[in-house]
Design a protein around this ligand. Sequence first.
Ligand code: ATP
Ligand code: MN
Length: 463
Amino acid sequence: MTSIRDLLSSSPDGRTLTVKGWIRTKREAKNAVFLELNDGSCMANLQCVLDAASGLSETLRAELVRCGTGASAAVTGTLVASPAAGQAVELKVSGLEVIGEAPAESYPLQKKNHSLEFLREIAHLRARTNTFGAVARMRNQMAYAIHSFFQERGFQWVHTPVITASDCEGAGAMFQVTTLDLDALARAGKPVDYAKDFFDKKAYLTVSGQLNVETYCMALSRVYTFGPTFRAENSNTTRHLAEFWMIEPELAFAELEDNIALAEDFLKHLFAWALDKCAEDLAFFDKRIQSGIVDTLSSVVKSKFARMTYTEAVKELEKHASEFEFKPYWGCDLQSEHEKYLTEKVVGGPVAVTDYPKEIKAFYMRLNPDGKTVRAMDVLVPRLGEIIGGSEREYRHDVLLARIRELGLPEEAYSWYLDLRRFGTAPHCGFGLGFERLLMYVTGMQNIRDVIPFPRAVHQADF
Ligand code: ATP
Ligand code: MN
């Protein structure tokens, strides 16, 4: 079966064909009936025209009555040049079969221009709107682009576990996984004994695949994870989900500059891909969701990413302290307002900020000779601030162990991670990109719940 996307770019050669999809609108004019058919292969509809000048057949008229907005239908006709503006080809209809009706009085998408809030409540139907169709196609293309980027560069995709028994990842609140009948234990007034649980101990959903993927990095050299991660974020923000996807490449025998170069190539690849493969959907986002998005993406693709240390960044920010709600000082975690200022006002383009104070970064980051900062990097982009966070990893066994002890982390739980430094250790680095944050950036959607098909967030796990 030919998709509408393919049909719209083919020549009006008069061939007869049957096209299946969902009716977006039906418009009855004096001498013709117009059906807009959409099959999700692209944003544009196929215009199907029924010539009514000399009257429609009984069968066609009967089908047309059932053929309202939202109905699924098989439309047969010939592909001809469209006399009207807006499309090159249209279907001159000879046959129409309604497959499934969508009664006008109860179909929730009967009217157009529903609010995103309302559409969130009908997540099982919202993919049929222009906006969510476009988001779904973009999400698919970005996933494909991510794999293509890494595969072309010899990175191997590693499937890190979703369930983890170590609560040592430290990136956020974790969801617990158990097969114990907690209700029954509570009713019986018995204590919970996790030694009797499925894994003989407490288990959780992973918050990051990084520590696991490092093990494969120390064998396969260039690896990446791309899969779901979970955080029991109890904050109701427009940027946090409880279940989201993350991309985490890790490369061996490499240092921070290699990491920044990889992140730069990666973002440019993704944005160039979006501009190339999703031009129609991007034009829609630019017009209806976030104006200027095409320009922003093109300018990042053409830019050269700047570099700046955290210390330099704070010096710049301090000069403009009055412009911030949160006053910057050396040692502070950069706020979103600071990050945006750096990329938009100070640099005027993407910038990689490096060498952050160790206190505000994770334990596994490589300590600099100054003993105060670590080889971390955050990539900041205009309109958003941080899009990627990464670092060179501490690969020296004794330095890492000292850091684990200094922070009072459970040494035993990290013994396998320390083993990577005990046996054949090597400089390595990597970064993390939240897939939905990327999608927000490339679509302009303001709420992260609108770039994943079925959002899971605090108080929300429907559908
Ligand atoms: P944030 O400050 O935004 O909460 P974070 O510092 O907790 O992020 P990391 O631990 O560095 O995030 O996770 C790596 C990436 O995963 C982030 O840069 C972000 O893109 C994404 N991310 C983190 N938490 C969430 C979440 N709850 N929902 C969606 N994406 C997330
Ligand atoms: Mn967080």
